[in-house]
Design a binder for this molecule. Sequence first.
Ligand SMILES: Cc1cc2nc3c(=O)[nH]c(=O)nc-3n(C[C@H](O)[C@H](O)[C@H](O)COP(=O)(O)OP(=O)(O)OC[C@H]3O[C@@H](n4cnc5c(N)ncnc54)[C@H](O)[C@@H]3O)c2cc1C
Length: 559
Amino acid sequence: MDADVIVVGAGLAGLVATAELVAAGRKVLVVDQENEANLGGQAWWSFGGIFLVGSPEQKRMGVKDSFDLAWQDWQGSAQWDRLDGEHDEDHWGKQWGRAYVEFAASIKREYLTGKGVKFTPMVGWAERGDGRATGHGNSVPRFHVPWGTGTGIAKPFIDLAREGAQKGLVTFAHRHRVDGLVTSGGAVTGVHGRVLAPDSCERGVSSNRDEIGDFEFTAQAVVVASGGIGGNHELVRKFWPERLGTPPKRMITGVPAHVDGRMIEITAEAGGRLVNRDRMWHYVEGIHNWDPVWPNHAIRILSAPSPMWFDALGRQLPAPFFPSYDTLGTLRYLRTTSGIDQHDHSWFILTTTMIAKEFALSGSEQNRDLTDRDVKAVLKSRVAKGTQREVQAFVDNGEDFVTADTLPELVAKMNALTDEPLLDVDVVTAQVEARDREIGNKYSKDFSVNAIHNARSYRGDKIGRVTAPHRMLDPKHGPLIGVKLSVLTRKTLGGIQTDLESRVLGSDGNPIEGLYAAGEAAGFGGGGVHGKNALEGTFLGGCIFSGRAAGLSLARRVG
Ligand SMILES: Cc1cc2nc3c(=O)[nH]c(=O)nc-3n(C[C@H](O)[C@H](O)[C@H](O)COP(=O)(O)OP(=O)(O)OC[C@H]3O[C@@H](n4cnc5c(N)ncnc54)[C@H](O)[C@@H]3O)c2cc1C
């Protein structure tokens, strides 16, 4: 045998499983289609946000959180509705959901800090929800940002795998693409595939697919940790959720090309049950990267609530579809509302004061201050006045950004970015002026204005994230900025069904001997730990939790 365990995928989930196996003295062969520069997979590119419940960082910010509140939020977001009978696809997802919230409210932070992860004092309020206590969304801020952003989460596990290699416990097979699982007497005993030609491309850049040979490796068990389908628009379109209408004709891509979804189908060919394939998490606030790394490279804007959000015809989106509120609710609205569902874009209009404080861009390379752990730069860019360097680069170079001193001039420039001039300047102006009249008081009948007041009641938002309410048309806060937003593909919420030990289940509901799955390929646990919606910061955590479960279970069973 080539190892005790073969791990397919050197992303976060695979590396966490590897770390647990190495800690137990087991031998691991890590097989990945990409080169060594890509160790850590998507996690390296990520913003690094981590969902924690009842943390010291929350307490310092005056946030009162608890397992009960978080579990209420999780269930309200998940909306699991496939629990019984023939359609029991959520059976394991729900159990994973509860176990995961327990993990986030207990040992998750300690597990990570024990591996060397360090958290900043910043706790962001992502997915503020659909406006109901029992509905989707975070009742309180829970998005913990680590020093190093995504690299701060991925690197400790990369280091552990490399230390394992030095001890002779880990072997890496880079540029090995798995094309099938080897089975014997119903059990999975290995993998086979093609060796790809060496490629010295940098992290994230699409590598060649030239085949130079075959391989077959055997082990006592295989862990599939191959990521989701977000880089494969064909699969995204094929499984697009019915409740979200039709997929846009044009989408942009929020993940590297290696997130191709192939391995999920390969696992099904070996008997693994695939569930909830129509559950996905794509963002509406996508912009074209002016300095792309991978094909069609998209960046997600993480905005606080002040910018006004308009549909393609220039009508402000209704409550609660404000920035940072309800990702899939907004996507559903845009894809199912008659008249706008045929258009692929929407718009932010905001002031220069707003962009300085309220825009962040998701991605480690878009947050150099945090990624480089430069405290002075963080204070300068996040607390002092002025627009963050990477955001300003998009204002200056991004194809989706326009600026102007007056609204008519801005709308004319926005119209020039689309095939047809769909925006009527009078319609847009009337709404902006009406919103500006609501700004004088600390309360309002306008929910979008109340969203700003509510956010500023949270200390973290007031200090670093949300501007004092001001009139959009006040020249002191100009110039005005228009941003064209496109749908960005990212996460896969369904996939390979697993039990709480990350063992892959067959169509009869029983574990397939020797076969495990973790991370995004397994819907972050159980084939759908999130159900229909996510609370954010839960994907990296889902990779850690399910990778750890696989590693711990296998450490007991092999060797
Ligand atoms: C820009 C960005 C920002 C993000 N921000 C956050 C955030 O703030 N918080 C959060 O929780 N999540 C975030 N995420 C999501 C999170 O990073 C991913 O969901 C997670 O890292 C997925 O890890 P994984 O190990 O499951 O898969 P991946 O990282 O995709 O790794 C899978 C690996 O498997 C390999 N592979 C695939 N198929 C094969 C095959 N057939 N043979 C051999 N190898 C194969 C791939 O090459 C890859 O290296 C973000 C993602 C991105 C891209």
